[in-house]
Write a protein that binds this ligand. Structure first.
Ligand code: ADP
Ligand code: F6P
Length: 324
């Protein structure tokens, strides 16, 4: 028989992402509507271990839907990988009356949620990361805002790059995944897009492209480089030495993680937060919320973690053809 959840906890874990606040707001308000109590856990799993737990009411999440970051704070907590720490965390949930938990974060955070489920706490994960690197879902909270922020920044670099007739290497985030680079590379009309999933580390090919496009009369050459490849500054130096074309590196960095969430991030995060609350209310556990084929769905955490996704070959092919 499924467990009737009386009190839901909610935490954000791993890197923050714009839209996490919309998800927290939805968890809180949907859970209250269903008659459950809600507790906010500060600083992710670290805050759970330190019992940084606060009661949340509808007004606790007023005025946050438009804000970046996470009002609960987030942290990385490496010791949460240890079995006895996970058992202790489950005990602390019980001590604080938390029988269901929504974890907003990425794959790593889902592992923590899975461990808590093994220890008797009903858990549901919600995909929160700007990287879009969660295999079971086509949408993750924060990606849309991050790509729009990066796109605007790259437009600006392009202006100055063009005026000075330079080559610009612009490094975008994404950890080991190239989704931010793929989307912005296409949207910004970059001449080259380097993705960890596809890059063959043949810098000579890149150099040849830069020389060829200069000969064709292009006044700038924008290279969007993914963080997973990195080394943009040294790459810029080598390209300048090989081509004689002034080359600069710009690493966009953390500005991609902040700012007001886009409408899409506010909307999807709201639906996903509410969906997670509903799953717990129905007595489900060890699930993750996802968006696939136009629908919000949920999967078993283990099943979700075993899924694979990569850069679509057709999209990559198009992105290369459009950049020449
Ligand atoms: P993300 O959730 O974005 O993938 P991390 O990989 O940094 O980010 O994971 C966030 C947190 O989740 C970690 O700091 C840790 O507390 C917890 N976590 C990560 N991996 C595991 C694991 N294998 N088992 C239990 N908890 C984990
Ligand atoms: O996962 C989001 C992300 O911003 C990645 O793109 C990046 O690799 C990482 O987090 C940076 O993490 P930290 O905040 O620990 O420097």
């Amino acid at each position: 028989m499924s467990k009737q959840i009386k009190t839901i906890g909610v935490l954000t874990s791993g890197g923050d992402a714009p839209g996490m606040n919309a998800a927290i707001r939805a968890v809180v308000r949907k859970s209250l509507t269903s008659g459950m109590k809600v507790k906010g856990i500060k600083r992710g799993y670290l805050g759970l271990l330190n019992e940084e737990i606060v009661d949340m009411e509808a007004y606790s999440v007023a005025d946050i839907i438009h804000t970046g970051g996470t009002i609960l704070g987030t942290a990385r907590c490496p010791e949460f990988r240890e079995e006895e720490v996970q058992a202790q965390a489950a005990e602390l949930c019980r001590k604080n009356g938390i029988d269901g938990l929504v974890v907003i974060g990425g794959d790593g955070s889902y592992r923590g949620a899975q461990a808590l489920a093994r220890h008797g706490i009903n858990t549901v994960g919600v995909p929160g990361t700007i990287d879009l690197d969660i295999a079971c879902t086509e949408y993750t909270i924060g990606f849309d805002t991050a790509i729009n922020t990066a796109m605007e920044a790259i437009d600006k670099v392009r202006d100055t790059s063009s005026s000075h007739e330079r080559c610009s290497i612009i490094e975008v985030m994404g950890r080991n995944a190239g989704y931010i680079a793929l989307w912005t590379g296409v949207a910004n009309g970059a001449e080259d897009i380097l993705l960890p999933e596809k890059y063959n580390f043949d810098e000579q090919e890149l150099i040849n492209n830069i020389v060829r496009s200069r000969k064709k009369g292009k006044t700038h050459h924008i290279v969007v480089n993914a963080e997973g490849i990195g080394h943009s500054t040294s790459m810029a130096k080598r390209i300048e030495a090989a081509t004689g074309i002034e080359t600069r590196a710009t690493i966009l960095g953390y500005l991609q993680r902040g700012g007001h969430p886009t409408c899409k991030d506010r909307f999807y995060a709201s639906i996903m937060g509410a969906y997670a609350s509903d799953l717990l209310f129905e007595g489900k556990s060890n699930r993750v919320v996802a968006y696939t084929h136009g629908k919000f769905v949920d999967y078993d955490i283990e099943e979700a973690l075993n899924m694979k996704k990569g850069i679509d070959d057709y999209q990559y092919d198009i992105c290369r053809k459009l950049s020449r």
